[in-house]
Ligand binder design. Structure first.
Ligand SMILES: [Zn+2]
Length: 568
């Protein structure tokens, strides 16, 4: 504390004015981490030391750097070479960490770092990481729900730490994130991930962490050693390398795991979930051919790590999924596996592509299992999330933005899935598969890249669709059958004239089913926003009912879509 006060005075002398404390917390990014992490499960303790590289992201020279770690950890030393650096520490309230606060070090660098310049420092910090859902309970989340969301901790039998956004187990530098203020946590995290997109992070875990011979350390990044045995005391440290682009939330888990391995997947299960692990593995082998057909060969095997609490919220980073391995009969297994197989095969930095396609694959999987109605049920379930806010028009556009650049989870998961499904209906399986195969993440430098890749595979003009669904958030369509009448023809068939109206704010191609006594016919029609379309269909028997939209197009109101025909 004496040291801290001295540093504080030193800072004041430097700045001389109150502007001293208008700190730019995001002035420096961290471009490189080289950390050694000691985990002591018995003591719930984490000790870290290593080197990080700071980069000045501002236009002006900077001498003060902010470094933040979880509030349950304490800074021990910050130095440059053999020179101790002056720093003061303080608690900084922010919901980017599960404890709702950060231990912040305000570091005075030995010299000003020019704009874009970098500087290496050595750091050391330590503390305990216990289950802590303060950030959620203080905004009123019930304790149990909060604990199932923020399940990170170091326990004797299970240690799991997810990175920034959950536990700041490595230093970060961010402005305040507040869960009670709309999307600020989201915005702060998105900014952090963007600044860190080229980061290199290497973390060594000197082993053995535990004296159990089934203890496995798993990390979401690339890993050079996975099992550490006590009977091999010379076993080298497990090393995890995280790539900020592919793995935005560096995470690791340490537990007594059994391993079920197949070519397409490796499942790490707790002792009580061995049967479920087999179910995941065999589901993966069954689904892998379908995913390969759509997304090409796997880059790596998918990985699933078990969580002890059955209600724990699943978490994914890159090809890795942490989830409680549930009842082997659960329908969710196939969905989880399909999703993760896509992530281990296909990659994009754009959430609407990366996550949208992984969810789209779930619908394709359900279609394979239960036919189109099974997939449509799934799509409809997800459309619920899009309705209440989307129908409010312009304000939505301002708050959530275009799908191509959104970081809003509902949009890049649910809405993107529906958009991919509509695109598939618009251009067909073969063309969409070709588009996916020709997508190169390293060439995706502008938001129009994927739409161009798709357009190259079809003769159809999709500009209107991209405009309504990708480049803007125009809300949703709302279809109804405006009018329909049938006339008998000389050949004893019926000519039906139908007018479909879209009173919504986005256009779509929508299926129209016409039912008659002996069967039904489906026509697909393109109805732009705020417009109507009249077309004719010949039916072999008297048409009885018309239904617009089978659920494949997200829509504001699905209750006004049926139309009963009067006797012609
Ligand atoms: Zn995903």
């Amino acid at each position: 504390m004496k040291f801290a006060w001295k540093s504080l005075c030193f800072l004041c002398v430097l700045c001389g004015a109150s502007s001293c404390f208008s700190l730019d917390r995001e002035a420096f990014s961290i471009t490189n981490y080289d950390l050694i992490l000691q985990i002591d499960p018995q003591q719930h303790r984490l000790g870290a030391r290593g080197k990080i590289t700071l980069r000045n992201d501002t236009a002006a020279p900077q001498k003060i750097a902010i470094l933040q770690i979880s509030s349950s950890l304490d800074w021990r030393a910050i130095r440059a070479g053999d020179k101790m650096l002056q720093f003061i520490t303080q608690s900084y309230t922010s919901d980017i960490d599960h404890t709702g606060a950060l231990s912040e070090a305000i570091v005075t660098l030995p010299r000003e770092i020019a704009s874009g310049g970098t500087f290496d420092i050595d750091i050391a910090y330590e503390g305990v990481v216990l289950l802590d859902a303060t950030r959620l309970t203080r905004i009123g989340t019930p304790e149990e729900v909060a604990a199932n969301s923020d399940w990170d901790r170091i326990d004797e039998s299970f240690a799991a730490l997810r990175g920034a956004g959950y536990v700041a187990w490595y230093p970060i530098a961010t402005e305040v994130a507040n869960l009670s203020e709309g999307d600020t946590l989201f915005a702060v995290l998105t900014r952090w991930r963007k600044r860190e997109s080229g980061v290199r992070m290497k973390v060594s875990f000197p082993g053995p962490i535990s004296d159990s011979n089934t203890a496995v350390l798993l990390c979401s990044g690339r890993q050079s050693q996975s099992i550490m045995h006590v009977d091999n005391p010379k076993s080298p440290a497990t090393e995890c390398s995280y790539d900020g682009t592919a793995d935005p939330t560096p995470s690791f888990v340490f537990a007594s795991y059994g391993v079920v391995s197949r070519p397409s997947i490796t499942v790490y299960n707790l002792a009580t979930h061995a049967v479920a692990a087999e179910a995941y593995a065999s589901a993966s082998e069954k689904i892998a051919p379908l995913i390969r057909d759509w997304f090409g060969p796997q880059r790596e095997a998918a990985k699933i790590g078990d969580l002890p609490e059955l209600a724990a919220a699943p978490f994914e980073s890159g090809a890795f999924l942490f989830t409680p391995l549930t009842d082997p009969k659960a329908a969710g297994i196939g969905l989880a596996v399909a999703h993760q197989l896509v992530h281990s095969s296909f990659r994009s930095e754009r959430p609407w592509i990366n996550e949208g396609l992984a969810h789209f694959a779930q619908a394709v999987y359900l279609e394979q299992q239960r036919g189109r109605p099974g997939a449509l049920d799934y799509l409809t379930m997800h459309q619920g999330a899009l309705k209440p806010t989307e129908s409010s028009g312009d304000s939505v556009e301002q708050s959530r933005g275009a799908l191509v650049s959104t970081h809003n989870e509902e949009l890049y998961r649910s809405k993107a899935m529906c958009v991919w499904w509509m695109l598939r209906d618009l251009i067909g399986d073969a063309a969409l598969k070709k588009a996916i195969a020709s997508y190169k993440p390293e060439q995706d430098n502008d938001a129009n890249y994927m739409p161009r890749v798709i357009s190259a595979q079809t003769q159809r003009d999709l500009a209107w669709f991209f405009d309504d669904w990708l480049y803007n958030d125009h809300g949703l369509p709302d279809f109804k059958v405006d009018s329909a009448y049938a006339a008998s023809t000389p050949t004893k068939s019926f000519m039906l004239t139908i007018t479909i109206e879209n009173v919504g704010t986005a256009g779509a191609e929508v299926p129209v089913e016409i039912k008659f006594a002996t069967g039904e016919i489906t026509k697909r029609v393109e109805v732009r926003a705020k417009s109507r379309l009249t077309f004719r269909v010949e039916t072999p028997a008297k048409p009885e009912e018309i239904r617009v939209n089978d659920g494949s197009v997200p829509e504001i109101d699905l209750t006004n879509n049926a139309f009963k025909l009067a006797n012609p």
